[in-house]
Design a protein around this ligand. Structure first.
Ligand code: XLS
Ligand code: NI
Ligand code: NI
Length: 443
């Protein structure tokens, strides 16, 4: 139990620590696939998947939407001054995180406590919350996967933060990131995320896009320099998203963010945090986005959720799509895992999910699907022809003229001569159905 501020109230009294009961269990409050001590691909599942709970969706969201007010009655949302409310919320957060047995959490600065009336006031509030969080981390062993700052909710950021056309707003964003980096360092955060929610435009008619992107790069470089000078050795992460709340966001998708990072020389310190629903909003599969990041050597971490495939916004539902996750885990396992990143549940229960257990079941179901996806991907990689089939498709480049082409030893004239010499090539099957069948066979 927590040292200086023993939790006085249990917020989920009927719910015990969630345990692994095996795949025959029908208990919705138990793990059926996630056996944290089981070794897969050289690590325990716990070490491999590095699950994390998102503070904002789980402990701050009230069910409000543009059409209606709160539906969720948050028992930790009590009367009182902001700091004591923040502490009560953190009591609830650590109850949930430890009952789920998840090793990490993530937050935005002002998820922990409401923003103050001045920078100094916010500094003070957050300072107290950081001390409180540090004690919880020490007593529970839960760690901070990443820190971040909310540069999108306050009205001053309506035209952007680092890309705001008003320099005064940019200075406030700077103050906030400096403080959020200090907090991340103080709590041993392993990564620091930039999701550029309002770093984009609503209309190009009033926007100097080139200048805004230059500003964003300058701002990120300053954050990198500050972090490195103050002992942050973790990874900075860009979280691509194509739109929402802006019409167009500059970190549109993985390839765009990779190009941006390389153009501005930031690729040594920054990697990508890929979110499932952001991938689908960009018109890509999640697997595609992960593969792009892996190929660039810039896969950093994952925000786990899913979209509604019939509409066009970030619904942040809990992941239950096994096929989609097996496709992604194949890429991630081949790439060697998550490194300093992890699987952060950037997901929320539905507005009409109002039972206390719903929050637990959302996480448990998603954790199990990830565990199952990891086991499936691992079996496919170890026991099937999957990797070999892909290598074989390119076998003609492994020797002879194909190899010379790859080395840059051929000209366009050479290609013409070789085409004439080899004649019309016979068709070679891509075997898509066979490979898709493999996924269903191994799950
Ligand atoms: C919103 C983003 C956000 C980031 C953190 O769409 O996913 O939740 O992960 O700022
Ligand atoms: Ni996210
Ligand atoms: Ni999102």
């Amino acid at each position: 139990m927590h040292k200086s501020a023993a939790r006085t109230k249990e917020f989920f009294p009927g719910i015990e620590k969630v345990c692994f009961e095996g795949r025959d269990s029908k208990n919705p409050l138990a793990y059926r696939w996630y056996d944290e001590n089981l070794t897969v691909a050289g690590r325990t599942m716990k070490e491999y998947l590095r699950f994390s709970i998102a503070y904002w969706h789980s402990f701050c969201a009230t069910g409000r939407d543009p059409f209606g007010s709160e539906t969720r009655d948050l028992p930790w949302s009590v009367e009182g001054d902001p700091v004591s409310r923040g502490k009560t919320k953190m009591d609830a957060a650590f109850e949930v995180i430890t009952k789920l047995g998840v090793p990490y959490y993530c937050f935005h600065d002002f998820d922990l406590v409401d923003e103050g009336s001045s920078i100094a006031d916010s500094d003070k509030r957050l300072q107290t919350m950081v001390e409180y969080a540090r004690e919880y981390q020490e007593s529970t062993g839960v760690r901070l996967l990443w820190g971040t700052s909310n540069l999108f909710s306050h009205k001053r950021y309506m035209n952007g933060a680092a890309t705001n056309p008003d320099f005064r707003v940019l200075t406030h964003a700077g103050a906030q990131v400096k403080r959020a980096l200090d907090i991340t360092i103080a709590l041993g955060g392993e990564n620091y995320v930039f999701w550029g929610g309002r770093e984009g435009y609503m209309t190009l008619l009033n926007t100097d896009m080139k200048r805004e992107k230059d500003h964003m790069a300058r701002f990120l470089s300053m954050a990198r320099d500050y972090g490195r000078q103050h002992g942050f050795r973790g990874t900075f992460l860009i979280e691509p998203k194509p739109m929402e709340p802006t019409k167009h966001q500059y970190d549109y998708d993985a390839e765009t963010a990779i190009g941006f990072l390389r153009h501005y020389g930031l690729e040594k310190d920054f990697k990508l945090n890929i979110e499932v629903n952001h991938a689908t909003l960009a018109g890509h599969t999640f697997q595609h986005e992960v593969q792009c990041a892996v190929d660039a050597g810039l896969f950093g971490s994952m925000d786990a959720n899913r979209g509604d495939y019939q509409n066009g916004w970030d619904t942040d539902q809990f992941s239950v799509n096994l096929f989609e996750l097996v496709e992604a885990m194949l890429v991630i396992e081949e790439a060697g895992g998550f490194g300093s990143g992890g699987v952060n549940f950037d997901a929320k229960i539905r507005r009409n999910s109002t039972d206390p257990a719903d929050l637990f079941i959302g996480h448990i179901a998603a954790i199990d699907v990830f565990a199952r996806a990891l086991l499936t991907a691992d079996a496919i990689l170890r026991e099937s022809e999957y990797v070999n089939l892909r290598h074989q498709r390119y076998a003609s480049f492994d020797k002879g003229d194909g190899k010379r082409f790859e080395k840059g030893e051929l000209t366009l004239d050479d290609l013409r001569a070789l085409a004439i010499a080899s004649g019309e090539p016979p068709p070679i099957s891509g075997k898509q159905e066979f490979i898709e069948q493999m996924i269903t066979m191994f799950t």
